[in-house]
Design a protein around this ligand. Structure first.
Ligand SMILES: [Zn+2]
Length: 91
């Protein structure tokens, strides 16, 4: 799993969780709160599994950190370098 894709899924998951909580507040239905908590928990588990440093495979914790807290290697969130390398290889 690409780290960028993983982060996108995490953002989408937390977005869905917020929407569920808002719907819960609007409708007063507990069901949406449970669904929201479920999505939030699933997103956390997903992040723990896939939010890992590509160098040392340790858990990064924060999706905003620019370097790995374990090995100090810079984390390439944009993936522009790799894409550029691929383009160069193609040529
Ligand atoms: Zn690392």
């Amino acid at each position: 799993m690409d780290l960028r894709t993983a982060r996108r899924v995490v953002f989408a998951g937390f977005g869905l969780m917020c929407i569920c909580i808002v719907i819960c507040g609007a409708t007063k239905l507990d069901l949406f709160a449970y669904v929201g908590i479920g999505i939030g928990a699933a997103t956390m588990i997903f992040w723990v599994i896939f939010g890992r440093c590509p160098e040392c495979r340790k858990f990064i914790r924060r999706s905003s950190s620019k370097v790995c807290p374990n090995c100090g290697k810079p984390i390439d969130w944009k993936g522009s370098k790799k894409e550029e390398e691929k383009k160069e290889e193609a040529i």
